[in-house]
Design a protein around this ligand. Sequence first.
Ligand code: FAD
Length: 476
Amino acid sequence: MNITASEPASGPWNPKRILAALRADASIGEVLAGADIEARYLNDWSGEEGGRPLALVRPHDTAEIARVLSLCHAGRCPVVPQGGLTGLAGGATPIEGCVLVSLERMSGVVELDPASATMTVLAGTPLQVVQEAAQAAGFLFALDLGARGSCQIGGNIATNAGGNRVIRYGMARDLVLGLEAVLPDGTVLSMMNKMVKNNAGPDLKHLFIGTEGTLGIITQAVLRLHPGVSGANTALVAAPDFGSAIKLLRHAQHLLGGRVSAFEMMWQDYYAAATTAGGIAAPLPATYPLYVLLDLQAAAPEEDAARFEAMLEHALAEGWIADAAVAQSHTQTQAFWELRDAISEMLRTFAPTINFDVSAPISGIEECVARMREALARDFPGVRAIYFGHVGDGNVHIMVGSLPTDDRKTEQRIEAAFYAIVRSLSGSVSAEHGIGLHKRPWLHYSRNPAELSLIATVKRAIDPHGIMNPGKILAS
Ligand code: FAD
């Protein structure tokens, strides 16, 4: 059922009146303000600086969120939705005088429908909880990323998160069948579709996927489940060069029937840092130019083992790989994956860092990385960078670290240099983390003027007072 919240007398209200109205409304729970708002709500993982929030609410249900938005709409008060605050673009960072709406109390699985292979969840459910509920019922919820323990499914959908399994299952968008969302004026839009096929006109759920809370708040989702897996055939291989690694990718996809579930590339600098600063055991010596973590998940991985090894042997014979370590147990598979998950630790070790999440056609990635290296060596001597990413889907991450503290000018010059390279290769300034505050100055490198104008038109139509997460993606 769609309900339109009744609208109180509208017009710009001063902060005191907003706070009083929120507190006076019996349908809204605890409203925190000032020093009662804990520091953890004032930043996401990007460390992007924001403003001081007016209030924090942590609603228990959709009706409560509808009431908060209805009041903020009437009083023209900015609203910032917050999920698990693991975002790397500053999307959930508070802006001055906003009401923070944290989804953390709206957590839980509402229904698992085995016949339809769907799971209905509240938006504040942590990704790992969703994964475990799917697994317990014999299914796979395929979205996976390093922040799985803290990020929420609502945040994943709002950022159209990617992660480790995109090469096989697609991004968050591909795993969402239905949504419930609250519009900026408090209207609840229920689109809890369970079907894969539904072409009854435009599919409005996409307005809320990847739009980083700028058009409304996601409150529930119907997720698409895949058949369960019980393990994986996993190998860590060393490749002599980028072209050979891509030949391995295409060969593996062909031989394994398109079922490669991860193809994570780590350039030597990343591998060396993970196995030294990250403290992870090195299954292969750190002397090769490139490493790839290759994973084939399956319901019965033992049935694929021979074919998986034959695939690697052929690649070895062709010279596409120079060395390989095949995981012999689940523990060893996990140990290989720790190499990739070591990034959280390295972000801390090499702070302050600038983190790039870019994509380019796979044929342009080698050039992209080479030109970035050249630019750093030429113009920023002493600045260190490591390169890695979900390269099987065209995504490269670069962590530029050991920067001079508080040197925003150098940061901006490095960003300008790197994003210009990405633009020249027809790549994207954001592969999977979104735009938020951090990448707003570079959005026009990846979206043309007609696209930007239409994004602004849609925003105005749905949020005429511009209260939803203003300043994120587009300038407010
Ligand atoms: P938040 O950070 O709280 O919010 C992100 C954005 O979504 C904000 O704009 C916020 O306003 C909005 N939002 C949150 N909840 C809602 C809601 N219910 N309705 C409307 N808007 C909402 N990302 C990837 O894509 N792939 C990766 O591999 C990956 N790996 C990571 C590894 C680490 C160690 C870390 C720290 C982060 C990683 N990320 C990755 C980034 C981050 O985890 C994702 O962007 C994640 O989807 C954010 O979810 P969240 O719940 O933390 O959202």
